[in-house]
Write a protein that binds this ligand. Structure first.
Ligand code: AMP
Length: 213
């Protein structure tokens, strides 16, 4: 079963994708994570996209489609979770064609809805464990008092350089302008399912599980 998690930055796509990986053995394909890895390993492509990402703009369709193409050839365990991809209509068309080439399809596109003011609150307070990627929030889920990640015991935590108010404004604009047309695109294909992304992590997970089952 292959699914897309669709929603603005801060909607909780990454958090829910991680749960699905743990609970269902699915494979998370986050183009944001792939691009950050490329940036950190200092590849030519990583250097090229770093500034674009820091500004909060979208990198080119060609680059992200190339990244996804490579991953689709691998094993998909209990299915792929596309997290942060596709983000444009061109990417959605490309994904459809790539899945078809692999003899696969999409089971559902889960739209996670969250109000803008909550997104800003979540993102500006967000940090992640440098070892396992567990997501923390200064207000709702602070790093444990002993300074150790509750999942892996790691002691280094990172904040994303694009998790600031200015980049976030650009990221939200990119979402509404370039990504939100995908809602109609997948609705027309009968694949769109809506989930309220405002609730507790557990409640959102239960809603997603209901869609998948
Ligand atoms: P994310 O981790 O999904 O919030 O992505 C972080 C940044 O990576 C975005 O703001 C974009 O600059 C870039 N990015 C991630 N996925 C895509 C995509 N599918 N298309 C274009 N740019 C992307």
């Amino acid at each position: 079963m292959n699914i897309i998690l669709l929603g603005p930055p801060g909607a909780g796509k990454g958090t829910q994708a991680r749960r699905l990986v743990e609970e269902r053995g699915m494979v998370q394909l986050s183009t944001g994570d792939m691009l950050r890895e490329a940036k950190e390993s200092g590849t030519e492509m990583g250097k090229r996209v770093a500034e674009v990402m820091a500004r909060g703009e979208l990198v080119t369709d060609e680059i992200v489609i190339g990244l996804i193409r490579e991953k689709l050839e691998g094993d998909n365990g209990g299915g792929f979770i596309f997290d942060g991809f596709p983000r444009t209509l061109a990417q959605a068309d490309a994904l459809g064609a790539l899945l078809e080439e692999e003899g696969q399809d999409l089971s559902a596109v889960i739209q996670m809805k969250v109000d803008d003011d909550v997104l800003v609150e979540r993102i500006t307070a967000r940090s992640t464990c440098g070892s396992c990627g567990e997501v923390y929030n200064d207000i709702t889920k602070p790093i444990p008092a002993d300074g150790r990640c509750s999942t892996c015991g790691g002691t280094e935590f990172k904040r994303r350089p694009d998790d600031n108010e200015e980049s976030l404004r650009t990221r939200l604009m990119a979402y509404y302008k370039q990504t939100s047309p995908l809602i109609g695109y997948y609705h027309a294909k009968g694949l769109l399912r809506n989930v309220d992304g405002l609730g507790e992590i557990e409640d959102v997970a239960a809603e997603i599980a209901a869609v998948l089952d």
